[in-house]
Design a protein around this ligand. Structure first.
Ligand SMILES: Cc1cc2nc3c(=O)[nH]c(=O)nc-3n(C[C@H](O)[C@H](O)[C@H](O)COP(=O)(O)O)c2cc1C
Length: 189
């Protein structure tokens, strides 16, 4: 199987973020063909269409859009804010989706992992994000679903996922994701 390049977008800017710890774990457990890289989104200015229409959009936007083109797929790992997606992640999704007709997301297979210290595992954020994926024409992996709850109990002080059932699930999830991207990827732009 040829190398498959995956952009990892983390929906939290917090230093000790459980979502980032989960993202790093998923990256470590990914099977060989996957090559994963976290694409940082915290420096993207808030989306404002006037800046695209001006013909001189912020360099952070154009750099992000160019960077995303080299990936075959996207892994979203996100907390839940008020039963939805944190603004920083929604902003990144919006920036990548424009200018109209030039979305970097179209056709890229993806998966969504939501992470929360709560019991519901970020279900609301997970499905709000999936709603955008439908419009953006991103084939989103259906199974297994990943709602990682009780996140405060899963990691050790070094940020390693030490909970064995969660670790086994994470490995299984990445195996399925590799197969999903392989089956659904289109040629890189
Ligand atoms: C503005 C805000 C809204 C939140 N809303 C939710 C929520 O709807 N559901 C939930 O499970 N946790 C919610 N939380 C708690 C987060 O799950 C918790 O802060 C978590 O650690 C954030 O993810 P992170 O560790 O990756 O930064 C919220 C936290 C903040 C700051």
């Amino acid at each position: 199987m040829a190398q498959i390049k995956i952009a990892v977008l983390v929906g939290s800017l917090r230093k000790e973020s459980f979502s980032r710890k989960m993202a790093k774990t998923l990256m470590k457990l990914a099977p060989g063909p996957l090559s994963l890289e976290i694409v940082e989104i915290g420096g993207l200015p808030l989306y404002n269409q006037d800046l695209d229409d001006s013909g001189n959009p912020p360099a952070a936007w154009t750099g992000f859009r160019e960077l995303l083109k080299k990936f075959d797929g996207v892994l979203f790992v996100t907390p839940e804010y008020n039963r939805s997606v944190p603004g920083v992640l929604k902003n990144a999704v919006d920036v990548g989706s424009r200018p109209y007709g030039k979305s970097v997301w179209a056709g890229k297979p993806c998966a969504v992992v939501s992470v929360s210290p709560g019991a519901i595992g970020g279900f609301g954020a997970n499905h709000h994000l999936r709603q955008s994926m439908v419009f953006l024409d991103m084939p989103a992996m259906q199974q297994p679903e990943a709602y990682i709850g009780q996140a405060a109990d899963l990691f050790d002080e070094r940020g390693d996922l030490t909970n064995e059932p969660a670790r086994a699930f994470a490995a299984k999830f990445m195996q399925a994701f590799a197969a999903w991207v392989e089956a659904n990827k289109t040629t890189r732009q």
